[in-house]
Write a protein that binds this ligand. Structure first.
Ligand SMILES: Cc1cc2nc3c(=O)[nH]c(=O)nc-3n(C[C@H](O)[C@H](O)[C@H](O)COP(=O)(O)OP(=O)(O)OC[C@H]3O[C@@H](n4cnc5c(N)ncnc54)[C@H](O)[C@@H]3O)c2cc1C
Length: 370
């Protein structure tokens, strides 16, 4: 049977679009099929932090992978600008992880000792912190300044990756639901969609939190689950913080145009995207405790998204052990924007059968599935 596409990707979030982009750069003919619009689910909701140091342990394979991925952003931002004209709002504005108690300060200082020296991580005493970020509450006992961690606009990044791929020869179909796989013996050779069947030499499922339900059609269990997150944004004509402020249960991300994005709640095992009053109240309390002047900012909007999490806590990136022609890339949980560039490269290498020594040492630490 004719296979007009080299690779067919299910899911137009940041992961599917990044894989499509890397494959398109290598001259592969890709088709991406998205149920809604590109960047309509988790990748629209994300705060866009490129936080290598927010929740990963220094020195771990996952930390290395995240750092490699974050370091790809300056070049990626430039490439996307040239190919699409889109500014993905990449900023290397740094991050401050706040300590509100002596115990938190001790933990942060100890975590800093495991981080790479070349990151230039610096402990800020409460005095230094108050000159760094003068509007932060004076209650903070100090903060860990991480200069290299930046942020982007997650929806703009996702859309630009999709558009750049199209400019390089890929096809993108929106508002098309993939509801089953076409199987020939032990091989997955295509998908059935609301617009009919599509075939390709390789199929990649990058359906975010919805990957599991689709893969169940062919008996693949991912051991993954959804985690809802709520956020809100405000505007302020005055610069309240220069860097992203990260603290237990809350972060404040300065965006272009005087916007501040505040997130995010965590509710596991639900696909319900409604925004709760309790979620908003708890975020507002935490954020104004840290940055009291936020109370005078102008309300913009609130939203939510469903993060794809795995039971092992690591993303699933690789070929199915059970089905030939099937690969999976999901479970990026709170770090999908950070990890998108390297995930695209890893999947493109894998599909081309390339040995990538640097990345394979990381892949080995990822979860296995059937
Ligand atoms: C509130 C919030 C804040 C976050 N902040 C950050 C952050 O600051 N930094 C960071 O790195 N990460 C952050 N994340 C995590 C990040 O958003 C996710 O890890 C990432 O977006 C996952 O991308 P994805 O492509 O796997 O999933 P998604 O963006 O959910 O995309 C999956 C796509 O697949 C499509 N799809 C599913 N099933 C089918 C089907 N059967 N047929 C066709 N299409 C299908 C869906 O419609 C969807 O568009 C945040 C997440 C949330 C919710």
């Amino acid at each position: 049977m004719a296979k007009p596409y080299d690779v067919l990707i299910v899911g137009g979030g940041v992961i599917g679009c990044s894989i499509l982009y890397q494959l398109s750069k290598r001259g592969k003919k890709g088709l991406l099929i998205e149920k809604n619009q590109l960047a309509s689910r988790a990748s629209k909701a994300a705060a866009g932090m490129l936080g290598v140091h927010t929740e990963l342990d220094g020195g771990s394979p996952f930390y290395r992978l995240a750092k490699n991925s974050r370091n790809m952003y300056p070049v990626l931002a430039q490439e996307l600008k040239e190919l699409t004209g889109t500014d993905i709002e990449y900023e290397e504005n740094g991050m401050v992880k706040l300590a509100r108690t002596e115990k938190e300060a001790k933990n942060l200082i100890s975590a800093a000792s495991t981080m790479d020296q070349d990151e230039g991580v610096e402990w800020l005493s409460s005095l230094k912190l108050s000159t760094f970020e003068p509007y932060l509450s004076k209650q903070a006992t100090g903060g860990l300044f991480i200069p290299g961690d930046g942020n982007v606009s997650a929806p703009k990044l996702t859309e630009a990756l999709g558009l750049a791929s199209v400019r390089l020869g890929a096809e993108v179909m929106e508002y098309t639901d993939v509801y089953d796989f076409i199987v020939e013996g032990s091989r997955v050779s295509g998908v059935n969609t609301s617009l009919g069947p599509y075939y390709a030499s390789e199929i990649v499922v990058a359906g975010g939190a919805w990957s599991q339900s689709l893969l169940e059609r062919i008996g693949v269990t991912l051991h993954s689950f959804p985690v809802k997150g709520e956020c809100f944004s405000v505007k302020c004509s005055r610069k309240l913080v220069e860097r992203t402020i990260f603290t237990e249960g809350c972060y404040i991300v300065p965006k272009v145009g005087g916007r501040y994005l505040i997130g995010a709640t965590e509710h596991a095992h639900t696909f319900d995207e409604t925004i709760s009053v309790s979620g908003m109240m708890s975020l507002m309390k935490k954020a104004t405790d840290v940055l009291p002047d936020l109370i005078h900012a102008e309300w913009e909007k609130a939203w939510s998204g469903i993060r794809p999490q795995t039971q092992g806590g690591l993303p699933i990136i690789g070929r199915s052990e059970r089905w030939e022609g099937l690969s999976i890339s999901t479970g990026h949980y709170r770090n999908g924007i950070l990890l998108a560039p390297i995930t695209g490269v890893m999947m493109a290498d894998l599909l081309e059968g390339k040995e990538n020594r640097v990345l394979h040492s990381h892949v080995g630490s990822f979860s296995k599935w059937n």
